[in-house]
Design a binder for this molecule. Structure first.
Ligand code: ATP
Ligand code: MG
Length: 248
């Protein structure tokens, strides 16, 4: 197999990734040798009990934290040897991250928030691209609104537009519907599904919610920092049953 063939298949690869916080008696192993690939154009949900390492996995895979051991490859770049500066640049240009709490800048309008990552990457935001990105999340008519003038679901969709503005290789979302009501949650999940189906985006989401996980293609179950199961997202009932068995 040629390198090129392998390159096209996985947006993110983790190999034997370990993460330990603290030292000595106080050391906590958050990730205990995780090996996983995330194929291009697929939607994966990471599930597992509280403290099982889901956020740590996302942060290591997104270059927000450095693992204690192992290898993280994003968009064919091994993050290990990169300097802090190179990692920041990669994060700003190739990775999108969506948080539970939206993290929008309150003083900026929706379109200014969406343009921010491009400005940080030293590019002048193209108004047409910003408009298209807001259209993609169904908010073309809210471009000049500030976060306080938007509903929670709309704010999260602006945050998704912001994460997509640089056309990243992978979009990470840590509990993106955790702060939303049922209706807004569904809108956000349908949007993530659509981004994968229509644009071939790779999405990696953390969620506690079996209904949310059922929107994805695949569910990775973590327990005590290890991958204990990888299954197709068959439906909320079977996902809930698998979660219950892990929490028992
Ligand atoms: N900065 C930190 N310093 C020390 N320990 C940490 C730190 N961050 C996480 N941990 C520990 O690592 C383990 C995994 O944490 P992580 O946040 O990844 O869990 P999680 O699966 O996302 O949990 P939750 O569902 O509650 O969000 C936990 O035991 C946690 O206490
Ligand atoms: Mg977490």
């Amino acid at each position: 197999m040629t390198i090129t063939a392998r390159q096209a298949t996985e947006a993110v690869q983790l190999r034997s990734v370990r993460k330990t916080y603290g030292t000595g008696d106080r050391a906590v192993t958050a990730l205990d040798g995780v090996t996983l690939g995330f194929p291009v154009g697929t939607f994966t949900t990471v599930m597992g009990p509280s403290g099982s390492g889901k956020s740590t996995l996302l942060h290591c895979a997104a270059g927000l934290e450095r693992p204690t051991g192992g290898t993280v490859v994003v968009d064919d770049t091994d993050l290990g040897p990169l300097t802090e500066r190179a990692r920041t640049i990669l994060r700003r240009t190739r990775i999108g991250f969506v948080f539970q709490s939206f993290n929008l800048i309150t003083a900026l309008t929706a379109e200014q928030n969406v343009g921010l990552p491009l400005r940080l990457a030293g590019r002048r935001p193209d108004p047409a691209l910003i408009r298209r990105t807001l259209e993609q999340v169904g908010l073309a008519d809210r471009a000049t609104h500030r976060p306080a003038q938007l509903s929670g679901g709309q704010q999260q969709r602006v945050a998704i537009a912001r994460a997509l503005a640089t056309r990243p290789a992978v979009l990470f979302a840590d509990e993106p519907t955790g702060a939303l009501d049922t209706v807004s949650s569904r809108e956000v999940l349908r949007l993530l599904r659509d981004i994968v189906d229509t644009h071939g985006q790779t999405v990696i989401m953390v969620s506690h919610d079996p209904v949310a996980a059922a929107y994805s293609d695949r569910v990775v179950f973590l327990a005590d920092g290890r991958v204990v199961d990888v299954t197709a997202a068959l439906g909320p009932a079977s996902i809930a049953a698998r979660m219950a068995s892990l929490e028992a």
